[in-house]
Design a protein around this ligand. Structure first.
Ligand SMILES: [Zn+2]
Ligand SMILES: [Zn+2]
Length: 213
């Protein structure tokens, strides 16, 4: 199944060490970026020669979008896709918490593409399905690459933890409902790439994550 192999690496950026994932097909020249959270120039230098074709945003918190504006300047053909509620949050320095936490405004230009729940699309030769999983943030999406068995899940589930639900705009019940449905729907061997910390699998989290018991 070599045709389904993906190259995935994480570039940690910003004070919260948010994981910006760089995803490409083996031997491809283009890639998809997920959540460039800060330091766009540094991320651009770390791309290993890959040209970014699309930025996907899981949600609009400043620590997941702070690198977007600089990357868009460096790569004029690059565009951004996310849910419309994520776009609303990311483009507003109060809603994206940059004012609240950092005391300075970080926003992004209006994303070119607004994604719907369960929308399928292809970028850099990779087929994605966007799945809406709000609760940690409005319009939070997770991105599933079915043929590679991987899910980029933002701040919904981490190795041994789940996303915060105590921030403005959060809804803990909604997050838990979405998470339970997700882990029951996707195969256990699905590899999870969260917004912070190490990768894990659904099976592993079902066994060890105290929030899913
Ligand atoms: Zn967040
Ligand atoms: Zn985060």
């Amino acid at each position: 199944m070599t045709e389904n192999r993906l190259k995935i690496f994480c570039i940690e950026a910003g004070m919260l060490a948010t994981c910006c994932y760089v995803i490409s097909r083996e031997n491809a020249e283009t890639c998809v970026l997920i959540d460039p959270g800060a330091e766009g120039g540094m991320i651009a230098r770390e791309l290993d020669g890959l040209k970014p074709e699309l930025i996907l945003l899981t949600h609009g918190h400043y620590d997941h979008v702070g690198g977007v504006s600089e990357l868009l300047k460096l790569f004029p053909d690059l565009s951004v896709a996310c849910h419309e509620d994520c776009a609303r949050q990311a483009t507003d320095a109060r809603a994206n918490l940059s004012f609240h936490v950092m005391g300075s405004a970080t926003t992004i230009p209006q994303p070119a593409t607004l994604l719907e729940d369960e929308e399928k699309f292809t970028a850099a030769g990779i087929g994605f399905t966007a799945i809406l999983l709000p609760g940690h943030a409005p319009g939070h999406m997770v991105f599933y690459v079915e043929d590679a068995g991987v899910l980029f899940d933002g701040d919904t589930i981490f190795a041994g933890g789940i996303g915060r639900s105590d921030l403005p705009g959060c809804d803990g019940d909604l997050l838990m409902r979405g998470l339970r449905k997700l882990v029951q729907t996707l195969p256990g061997e699905t590899v999870l790439y969260p917004g912070h910390g190490p990768a894990t699998t659904i099976a592993n989290e079902l066994k060890h994550n105290p929030y899913l018991r």
